[in-house]
Every structure is written in C-alpha cells, then in structure tokens.
Write a protein of this length. Sequence first.
Length: 131
Amino acid sequence: MLISDEAILQALPELGSGDSSFDIRGIYDFDHMKEIQKESNKDPSLFWFMDDDRFIGAPSRPFNPNKENDCIHNKMLIINDHTVITGSYNLSENAESNYENVLVTRSTDVAAAYTKYFDILYSAYNKKNER
C-alpha cells in the first residue's frame, strides 16, 4: 500500500503511538514509499511508520507486459476485527484522480479471513526482511 495523502498521514501517528490501544501493523510498498518520502515536501515525521517495527516494507516491481508479474495489487484495511476495506485504492493523493475501486464489508467472518491472509503475508515479508 502507498500512503501519501496528508490527512491520512496526519491521523496515523495517533493510532500508532506507543500508548495507543490500537493493535496496528502494516505492509507497505517499500520502493514506492521511499520514492514518495524522498520527493515529498511533507514533514518527514509523517512517515514514522517506515521506521516502526510493526510495519514491513515489501519490495515491488513495476508492471512489465514482457515478464511474469508475480506482484500483489491488493490493498486492505482491517478495522476492529469487523470491517474490511479492500480494493485497488491507495491511501494517496493520486488515487483521488484515478479510476479505483473500493469495497467496504462489515463482517467478523470476512475480517477473520482477511486477518488470516494478512498474517500470512506479514510473516512472509517479515522473514524476507530478516535475511
């Protein structure tokens, strides 16, 4: 996931603070976020999650029609074990002008399935980062 929308970046620190009751973890597109961070004129502290052990940077590659593309183009937020927000929509300023889709589902069963999926990805990318 890419996160560059300033309002979202400003809201995240409160959710991720050490005294927060939120269990917050994430996987973000490492290469694109580093690029966004470098080119941004936003306060660098807004990108705190890139240095937080609860967030994992996953490597990415641009789409290439001449090669096998084994990337995941999937964004998801799981909120309070009940609500899932998923689709192609990044939490970015560019997404506001792109054709994107988003689906909001309120279901503990769906949230549990997405949490299981997220945990598998989180574990896999965490192991890659430990090498």
